[in-house]
Design a protein around this ligand. Sequence first.
Ligand SMILES: [Zn+2]
Ligand SMILES: [Zn+2]
Length: 191
Amino acid sequence: MSKEVLLNLICGDNEECREELLNIPKELNSFLGSSQLTPSLKSFTPPLLKQVENLGDYEALVGDQSLGQLIVARKLASMYGGSFRGWSEDYCPICGRRPQLFLVRKVNSAFFEGKERVARCVCGFTWRYKWWRCPNCGVEGRENFDVFINEKLEGIFFNKCRRCGFVHVEAYGEVDEVAQYALRILANHVA
Ligand SMILES: [Zn+2]
Ligand SMILES: [Zn+2]
């Protein structure tokens, strides 16, 4: 799947929009690198973001509440993601979000060859996830979803829950970070 196609779908020929999208990962990383702050946790209860005592310091640092929270969440994911191996809930243990993006990857072992689906949160945390389950209302089964595709986006499926309307994206193959952001944006525009 080409990133160029995604950029076109979201931004058309708006250069500024394209620049912004392309720079998201770089910008987040530069904030992470420059900040001397460390998130301090009240307790180790998921979602961890809710336990951060100095969240306000981050929000003040970047001058934006949701960006500040995203930066803290990414930091927490890199620090503590390993503590949540085997996580199987419908929300992210780091930031509490419902996952919107799912990556499908091949799994091969000596005895088994197949695919697995992992939820990829915007904070960077990744966990294995059931097939055909809505992360918003928990309904399960293929029959509960309308599937939308765009012929320009190979290997990308937008699954809309018939019960609650939540849209999640399933992506087969390599999807870099810019494309991941772009797919989440597109998911919010599936009617
Ligand atoms: Zn998260
Ligand atoms: Zn649902």
